[in-house]
Structure formats: structure tokens, C-alpha cells
Write a protein that binds this ligand. Sequence first.
Ligand code: AMP
Length: 502
Amino acid sequence: MANVLFDALFAPLSGREGPLMILPDGRRLSGRAFLTLLAQAAHALRAAGVQPGDRVAVQVAKSPEALAVYGATVAIGAVFLPLNTAYTPAEIGYFLENAMPRVFLCDPAKAAALTPVAAAQGATLLTLDGAGGGSFAEAMAGQPDHLIPEPRGPQDLAAILYTSGTTGRSKGAMLTHANLLSNAQVLVDLWRFTDRDVLLHALPIFHTHGLFVASNVSLLSGGQMIFLPGFDLEVVLRHLPQATAMMGVPTFYTRLLDDPRFDRALCSGMRLFISGSAPLLAETHRAFEARTGHRILERYGMTETNMNTSNPYDGDRRAGTVGLPLPGVELRIMADGAEVPPGEVGVIEVRGPNVFAGYWQMPEKTAEELREDGWFITGDLGTQDAEGYVTIVGRAKDLVITGGYNVYPKELELLLDEVPGVLESAVIGLPHPDFGEAVFAVIARAKGADPDPQAILAAIAPALAKFKQPKGVVVVDDLPRNTMGKVQKALLRDTYKGWFTA
Ligand code: AMP
């Protein structure tokens, strides 16, 4: 029997003498050299006692070796469990307790703090740093460069990725070989990736975007990656002329636009810019096209489902929408147990080969969100127009219910963002003695502007029913975002929770 994901993504590298990765210092790593790293990592994991089905948890800097550990884990039939490098030892303790990995790889600098955490869960701790050093790297050296992969079928687990857990504890989404491969195949096809592509890869590889969308798509198409440890503007500007495609979160694109050196000439070799993980402002979309001539292609997905929708490659890439359901993915918009007509808001549900197998050791949570007939309740609120284009209006849990009326934050945010002096905005609900919740606007001021908060509210008032109008407003320099560029509304709700009640 074959190993579904390994055979599609990694086995073809054996004959590849040309580069797979271009590294920030200009070094090139051939496909074959990467496969050697992968084989050595696989042997080192086996030597550390990892058996098929075991979890391998990693909290390490992005590097070729770190990606090789992903491939190695899949190759030996184990389950890859990447963790955000920002997590504290206390947070890591939760993940290790929940997932019970056989091995935990961390940065050598964190080993002292994490040794007792790993020991408490019976995991073997080994280290790997961003430069390919550490006890795991030592264990890899001298291992054979050839590997016989463990047989794995389509329904076997390849990875567990924990959700970002903005409400309650993080849940481990179980992803199968078939989930990951089917989505990569669809995306390669849809976005026309080939072995001539050079993908600028500046995303983290502990998240579905950088690990699966970016890395799997590039590996499957046989292309190259400019593999950068993170988004450093100078480094990205330097490497752009070599690239043909880039995947990013919206903040990558706003940061590029903030720099006058980012222009049409720099993008002359590019054929595609893709955005996702957080909403791309329509204004960014327009400014990007004006500067570069490229229309950013926005897509929508999540940890549990891989990618669900995408704007078309040919055809209309509509700013402010996340495009059409991917081939093979069914999508419906539900309210009160029924599908809503085009244009009306409801909860987005999806079904298809991309949808995960459930939450790790949380059958009740799985049953709440994954219906028996395969539909997954995403928790995102959205609309779908008559042509099939999907627009996200926010997370269901961010919906504000004030005096019994529903207010969709996105409706207000779109209006607020148009007001002069406003860069962007986040609308949240805060506890209110009369209304239960009251609408509250957090405004990020545009560079050099000092807008009057009350004047901003007055500017949008004529377009809104009274119950939707914010009852409070604050102007700040920046909205808080997580590493994937998502505005942290839970943090804002916490910061301002006493605004109406104190
Ligand atoms: P994660 O599981 O961390 O990938 O987060 C998934 C969530 O990010 C989705 O449920 C959406 O709420 C949000 N998201 C992803 N892509 C987009 C997008 N293009 N526009 C708006 N929200 C998005």
C-alpha cells in the first residue's frame, strides 16, 4: 500500500537536482537534498520511539528542516502537530496534555522552560532551531538518506491543527491524507500552479495557510519556493523580482503598499497574488491594482476545512468577496434550519473532501459543528449572491444583539472605513445595562489623521437605522491582530468591557 500524501508531495523530489527552496541568504536547496533531510528526520523520529499513529508536536522556527519534519512525520505514518511559536509554556502544556504526543520538538532557547511541561505528559523533548541546530538536528545527522514510508490510506490522519481558540479552548482539527491532498489538487488546478512557478513563501508553517495552502500547493506542482522565515519587508522586496506568485495575509499587502519601492516594475515577473486568513479591505484591493496592475485573488478557508472558496483565476475577482465554492466543495447559507435566499445573511456551511474528520478527543464538540450528513457549520456569517459569489460578514459569535436586534459588524465597518481619517475599524458588542449589548466602534486612525470620534459616528448615522448606530466609539493607532492578521475582537471586547457599565 502507498502513503497517499507522501507519494504525491515528497516522493517526486527524489529525482529533482534543481532547487526546491531559495533561502534568504541566497542558498538553494535541491529537491533531492530536501528529501535527504526528510529521510533523516524520519529515521530520527523513529529512533525517538515514534510509531504510526503517534503525534509529533513541534513548536519551532520556520526552516527547511522544520518543513522536513512535517514530511517525515507523514512518511512514517505519524500525525504532525504544529504549534504557534508565540505560545507560552502554559499554553503548550494544554496542547501536550490534550494530544499526548510521543515527541515534542521545541527551540533550544525554550528547552529549559518546556522540559518539565513535556515530561509531565510523557513526551520526549528534542530541540531544533531556525538554523538547523539542536539535539534533533544532531539526531538527524548520520541517519540514512533513504526511507521506506509507512503505508497510509486516504482516511488516515496526517495532521492535527489546533484552532486559534478565540472562544474557549483550542480544539484539535483532525486532517486526513485525503483532506490535504484533495484540497492541494483543486488549488493547483484552479490557480494554475506549474513547475515553472516560484512561490514567495513568507507565511508561518504552523498554520493551515503557510503549511497546507502554500507548501502543499507548491510541492504538488513541482515548483520552487522562496522560503523566508517570516515577513521582513526588505527581504520580501529583494526577492519579489524572482517570484511568480505570492500568498499572504492582508497585512502583507498593506505593508507592501506602504513602501514606495513596491511598484509595477518589481512585480513584472509575478502572475498571481493571493490573499486570505482575514478580510482584505476593498480599498487595499483597489490600491494594489492601481499600483501594480494586479488584482489580488482572495480566497476563504479555515483550519477545519482547508480552503472552501476562491475568486476565479480567469473571470471576475470581486473585491470584498471571497469568490465561489471550490470545485467539489458544496456550500450553503443557513438560518433557522433552512437555506436563505441569495443575498441574505446566514451561517456558512460546507461539505466536501476538504472537511476534517472531527476534533481530537472532543466528540461532543464534533457533534455540535459537524453534522452527520457531512455538513460543517463554519461559524462564519455570510451571504451568497445569485452568481454564487460569497461574502463574509463576520463570525457568528461576533454578531451583536442589541435590544433584541441583530447588528452585523461588517455592515458598519464598511461604512466607517469610508469616512475620511479612518484607516479601518472593528465593531463589537459590549455589555449594556438597558440593551443587553450595545454597538461599539473601535477606529484605527489613518496615518497622520486625527479624526473626531463623534464626527465619525455622525458621518455614518444617516445610512443606518437607529438601533445599529454605535453607542460608543474610541480612536486608536492600530487594531490588535494575531499572527495571521486577524483582528482580535475578543481582546477588544475585554479591553472595553466596562465602557457602558462601569
Ligand atoms: P483559521 O482556522 O485560523 O484559518 O481561521 C479561519 C477563519 O478565518 C475563518 O473561519 C474566517 O472567519 C476567517 N477567514 C479566512 N479567510 C478569510 C477571508 N478571505 N475573509 C474573511 N475572513 C476569512
